[in-house]
Design a binder for this molecule. Sequence first.
Ligand code: AMP
Ligand code: MG
Length: 405
Amino acid sequence: MLELEAAQQRILSALRPLGVESVSLPAAAGRYLAQAIHSPIDLPVFDNSAVDGYAVQAQDLAGASASHPLPLRCMGQVAAGEIFPRPITGGTCVRVFTGSTLPAGADAVVMQEDTRLEPAAPESVRFLDAPKPGEGIRRRGEDVRSGTLLAASGQRVTVGLTALLAAAGLSTLKVARQVTAGVLATGSELQESGQALRPGHIYESNRVALLALLSRAGVVARQYPLVPDTLEATRAALQQALAENDLVLSSGGASVGELDFLKAAFQAIGGQIDFWQVAIKPGKPFLFGRHGQKFLFGLPGNPVSALVSFILLVRPALDRLQGAREVSAPKRLGTLGETLSNPANRRHFVRVRIDATGTVWSAGAQTSHGLRSLAAADGLVEVPAQGALSAGTLVRVIGVNPDNC
Ligand code: AMP
Ligand code: MG
């Protein structure tokens, strides 16, 4: 049985990004860059006013104050998008607005609130404050110099980054191609929702959770019909889903019972099992295999185990396939409010919730079929095999609701 890190490594080393495509900036948010981007221009593009006010030469206003206002003659105005035709000379000012190009000769902008207009002399502006040179001005290139690296290959395109790149004049980006994934659930006891349960049956719940997780990972996911526990049905379902997608996520049928057909069915269609079983709790009956250029992630049937193995083993793989440089699960720090113990001989990823103060509590009963604690959980805390973490310990919480952006 593989340790978690060995399993993660085996998966990641089998995967490469699937290709590159060009997408428009708004569609690129959440994707991973397949190119480094250097700014083609300075930002700000030109010196401009940070406020609504008056562009001046600071030396003209030395000593100006509320009790000793100084007047300057206003030569006109420059709206955002215009260029003022003449340079400012001594004793004059120009009306400007936020984003207006700074008129030549000006070295400061005084905000409107620090000025007063005399109705009797509308061309004369009285200044109640002495600006320092440079005040009220956004300098060309002070945010970004032309040629600066704005984003590296493999970096996630955040919403903020799309704004920066748009400001730099870009409209399309090269990003790694999105993964398509087929989602199967095996089990003759499973039933679709919306029908009365037949005796001995349960409603299927893994596909819905996996589809949501896949969509948050930026994957194009397709749901397939329920697969009864026969070799032939499992074989046919795997074959179809592998043919139609880059990879397949199945749940159930990967354990040791004689009605667990996943391994046999996968091998029957030419799939090669890379490994089976990982030394974690929950999530031990996990299978990773390859079928030509396609991949199978065989998740455990127990809903909690399926979700935990998705977070620990599948999500990093999806990120890598979709071009991410950094694939480790996001974690946040918290302090345990109670002791978490693990009598088992496998590392236990305990479902926890984090309260508003950052204190971490067990999310409830930790059975691998217990959905209530799954629904209550914000994350997972790893408790070592046959060990315990006592109340007050600083722990890293792996998020179970990873967001796309
Ligand atoms: P298996 O891994 O197929 O042995 O299933 C382990 C447990 O998980 C059994 O109790 C199954 O009934 C349950 N199970 C398997 N697949 C699902 C599913 N898709 N939704 C809900 N429960 C499931
Ligand atoms: Mg089953």
